[in-house]
Design a protein around this ligand. Structure first.
Ligand SMILES: O=C(O)CCC(=O)C(=O)O
Ligand SMILES: [Fe+2]
Length: 343
């Protein structure tokens, strides 16, 4: 059975697409990171409370309907009452900060290799854009020990323990959300041939850092994209930056809410739901004063699983394909991947 990590390493990147800028060393936004079109017509940002993604309490009696409605309209919501202790969120965030505050020369010791999955580096979507992002990341698929040891030869265990603990909690919460999603789509677990192996699958953890930026209007933290797998759970540090695109409206801010986690639907869930659920198109903007951090957990089935649009009454809108195949199409075509498999 091939793992998600193998599916990602099938598409090697070039080193110039991996090494982030040494953000500490620059006082202005260099040309390599200067995005002329940030203030295009689609970038009117809405940050009023009227227009924001739903906040859902996992303990609510009508939780199935709430999750279904949020996935249909936004493809994203914030969840409270999730049972992940705030002390764990604080510990993980502190470890992530400890990592990104290391000097650039130290961080590159844990660089992701061009055909590797785990390690320090730029966002995977970097090669699709002519400009680089105001971002540095650290991806964990499987164990982080080898890379963490490069960063802190004598003090890596607390980082690895915090990441392992957090991944376990995220996996359990993802599974809980997944069962709610199936219910809201009226799908029995037995209808999906990989439903039971989902719990054995290895998710991925993506640590993101958006350093303070001297000219935030000319830089972007993370270019617009959708997430690939079934769902993503995101913890964001206490500063704005994440935005979701809403048709007919524009970019809408997803402001951090103490203790809440952001959940978003990915492409595979959109395909599986036969486009009933939206895959969230989102981006991250940067700011001048705060170093923003986020921790994303990506949840998906093993790479060999066949994803089939579930539809009883209508025609399938997408062809069925394996997770591995979709990851590979996305790695080559990014935003066009879904249209390429549309029937
Ligand atoms: O930093 C964020 O808020 C979002 C991160 C994200 O979209 C990702 O890692 O895919
Ligand atoms: Fe994302």
């Amino acid at each position: 059975m091939s793992t998600l990590s193998e599916a990602y390493t099938d598409t090697p990147l070039h080193l110039q697409h991996i090494i982030p800028l040494d953000f500490e060393s620059v006082q202005t936004v260099p040309d390599s990171h200067s995005w002329p079109q940030i203030n295009d017509s689609r970038s009117a940002v809405h940050s009023d409370e009227e227009l924001s993604i739903p906040v859902i309490d996992l303990m609510a009696p009508d939780i199935v309907e709430l999750v279904g409605e949020a996935c249909r309209t936004w493809g994203m919501f914030q969840v409270t009452g999730h049972g992940v202790p705030s002390s764990l969120l604080e510990d993980v965030e502190a470890e992530v900060r400890r990592l990104f505050e290391l000097p650039a020369g130290q961080k590159v010791k844990a660089l992701r290799s061009p055909n590797g999955a785990t390690g320090y580096g730029a966002a995977r979507i970097t090669p699709f854009f002519s400009k680089n992002m105001w971002h540095e990341g650290f991806t964990i698929m499987g164990s982080s020990v080898d890379h963490a040891r490069e960063l802190w030869p004598h003090d890596y265990i607390r980082f690895c323990d915090a990441m392992d603990d957090y991944q376990k909690k995220m996996k359990a919460l993802s599974h809980q959300l997944w069962l709610l999603i199936l219910k809201s789509l009226d799908i029995a677990e037995q209808q999906i041939n990989w439903a039971s192996s989902l719990y054995d699958s290895d998710g991925a953890l993506q640590l993101n850092s958006y350093p303070c930026c001297p000219d935030p209007n000319r830089a972007i933290g993370l270019a617009p994209h959708t997430d690939t797998l079934i769902l993503t759970i995101l913890h964001q540090s206490d500063s704005n930056g994440l935005q979701i695109f809403r048709d007919g409206v524009g970019w809408v801010s997803v402001s951090p809410l103490a203790g809440a986690l952001v959940v978003n639907a990915g492409d595979l869930l959109h395909i599986m739901s036969n486009a009933q659920f939206s895959t969230a198109y989102h981006r991250v903007v940067v700011n001048e004063a705060r170093h923003r951090l986020s921790i994303a957990y990506f949840y998906g089935p093993p790479a060999d699983s066949l994803v089939v649009p579930v539809c009883e009454m209508e025609f399938p809108l997408y062809r069925s394909l394996t997770v591995k195949e979709y990851i590979s199409i996305k790695a080559k075509h990014l935003d066009k991947a879904l249209s390429l498999i549309r029937l």
